[in-house]
Design a protein around this ligand. Structure first.
Ligand code: 3NM
Ligand code: MG
Length: 547
């Protein structure tokens, strides 16, 4: 019963790639830094080495892993694995069939199989020879070119496969472990690790390539990843939520000084109607706007500009813009810079909802912001994997929505329930805008911020430009989504990046609506309200300065 291989630690799974080592670093140096700083299992993946060089490299890596009790898995090449007596083999769907590999390596070596669909996962369950599966591609990646789903399948796609694995229990000799792979890094690790679970089954770890192998500091990169995987969410189920825990006034004050000290740059890919207004709002709060839809410069922006955030607003969609959105998501994810996603009118048509789903699975969104109608549409996308549950099982969320004929009828509890589902699947922090604004985080925190003024809905752009302010606040953190350990005292338990993002978002929403309220005090018509609103944003963000 106690099969040894089931007790391997898959939590921090490094897959190597010798083609992306930064200059002055060495392949073995990167691997050594990883195994000395928390990597729990190593897969040697070489696509171009000669057999002789592959074996030499495998021996070198094995000398690093074996004394530390870290398993070495060889990708694809059963012969190389046997030659160096590695601890296991990993095969993809085009490689040697798992059954044959098992026959060749014997019963005790570790065997892993890549799966991208529930059908492939089902086959692994039925064959009953693998110890673990690598599930992907979670988010779009440049590391592997020939993946089955280049856009990514997102946590929901992973959960569909977990559903299949969950049905194995009792039928198999040993439980199959699962790791998620594709586009994962320090900025999304804790989110994805916690999002890729269903009540009966959780992933055991994350597999990464570039965020360690291509890092200038592989040791720190590994420690950051380990730290992110230690974050456990507070629970986040509705009944456990303390609905008013966050004090939005004190949050705003501390976040305002962060904002004015950092001069964030907000890159907008937004709709044609609001570009000018969003740029003015961004300037008013002391941040800088940049408008670009040229994918060729996104990577340069994201890699070089500090305190950078992206507003991705799909309000005036077109075919070409979809590619622009995808490129931006990939670049900002790669460099771990924040994205505020605004799914404007995403429920307007089936095509728009499909496009929204595609973007949400292409990469990790730091914050999603929408009105109740948009949030309801995004919520529908979270129900995908549940549709595959057996009919006999109760679907409490369907229960939740039954009887709701219009958005206006949603109760506060229903809004929190939808928001929580979305935060478990698509983003660490969600903002639901309206007469009352709800901010919900995947770690279970929530805040409620009163709306500014009814006049705000009379000025086009006041909805969308909240995205600019949120992006500025989130980007004002010292270094985007990275380097949290440098600002925070290591002794506190609040090392949760999501918490800090949450606080930034609460600050942004508070500022925005306070400005709206102040502007409405003296201006009762939309035109003068609009200019007064910009003035109030300016005053609120510049008054505390001592110049
Ligand atoms: N397999 P990175 S994606 C090796 O989907 C591999 O099966 C994948 O690299 C799959 O962490 C992938 O740099 C590469 O995004 C993942
Ligand atoms: Mg392969």
């Amino acid at each position: 019963q106690d099969d040894d291989s089931n007790f391997k630690n898959y939590k921090v799974y490094l897959v190597t790639d010798s083609t992306m080592i930064p200059p002055v670093k060495t392949f073995l140096g990167q691997v050594e830094d990883a195994v000395n700083n928390g990597a729990t299992i190593i897969q040697l993946r070489e696509k171009t080495l000669s057999t002789r060089d592959f074996i030499k490299r495998a021996e070198e890596v094995h000398r690093l892993t074996k004394p530390r009790g870290i398993p070495l898995i060889i990708n694809d090449r059963v012969d190389v694995a046997l030659a160096v007596d590695a601890e296991g083999v990993h095969v993809g769907q085009d490689d040697m069939p798992a059954k044959l590999v098992r026959r060749m390596i014997g019963p005790t070596k570790i065997l892993g199989v890549t799966c991208s669909t529930p059908e492939e996962a089902q086959q692994v369950v039925d064959e009953d020879v693998a110890d673990y599966v690598g599930l992907g591609t979670v988010y779009a990646t440049n590391t592997k070119k020939d993946v089955t789903s280049p856009d990514g399948i997102g946590p929901s796609g992973i959960k569909e496969m977990l559903q299949v694995l969950a049905q194995q229990s009792g039928k198999r000799k040993k439980n199959i472990q699962a790791v998620a792979i594709g586009g994962l890094n320090q900025s999304n690790a804790s989110f994805v690790y916690n999002a890729c679970r269903i009540p009966q089954y959780s992933i055991s770890g994350l597999a990464v390539v570039s965020c360690i192998m291509a890092s200038q500091d592989a040791a720190q990169a590994t420690r950051d990843l380990v730290q992110q995987l230690q974050i456990t969410p507070l629970g986040g189920r509705l009944e456990e939520i303390d609905k008013n825990r966050q004090d939005s006034c004190s949050t705003l004050e501390s976040k305002l000084s962060q904002l004015s000290n950092s001069h964030p740059l907000v890159h907008h890919i937004t709709n044609n109607v609001v570009k000018n207004f969003s740029a003015n709002v961004t300037l008013a709060i002391g941040a800088s706007p940049i408008m670009s839809e040229l994918p060729q410069e996104f990577d340069e922006f994201a890699s070089k500009i500090p305190n950078l955030g992206l507003v991705l607003n799909v309000g005036t969609p077109n075919q070409q813009l979809m590619n622009v959105f995808s490129s931006a998501i990939k670049a900002y994810n790669k460099h771990q810079k924040p994205i505020v996603f605004d799914p404007v009118a995403c429920g307007a048509s089936g095509a728009r909802l499909d496009a929204t789903a595609k973007l949400l699975n292409t990469g990790f969104m730091t914050v999603i912001k929408g009105n109740v109608g948009e949030v309801m549409s995004v919520w529908k996308l979270t129900q995908g994997y549940k549709a595959k549950l057996m009919v006999s099982e109760q679907n409490s969320d369907e229960e939740l929505m039954r009887g709701v004929d219009s958005v206006a009828e949603l109760s506060e509890d229903q809004i929190y329930a939808m928001a929580t589902d979305i935060c478990f699947e698509f983003c660490p922090v969600l903002v639901v805008t309206g007469a009352v604004n709800y901010i919900v985080s995947s770690d279970g925190r929530t805040a409620k911020v009163p709306g500014g003024s009814a006049l705000m809905s009379m000025v086009t752009g006041t909805g969308c430009s909240l995205g600019s302010v949120i992006a500025a606040f989130v980007a004002s953190r010292a270094d985007g989504l990275q380097a949290e350990h440098e600002q925070d005292d290591a002794s506190t338990s609040d090392k949760n990046k999501h918490f800090d993002i949450f606080a930034c978002v609460v600050g942004a929403v508070s500022l925005y609506n306070t400005a709206g309220k102040r502007a409405a005090a003296d201006h009762k018509e939309p035109g003068s309200f609009m200019t007064a609103f910009i003035d109030e944003l300016y005053k609120l963000t510049h008054s505390s300065k001592s110049n």
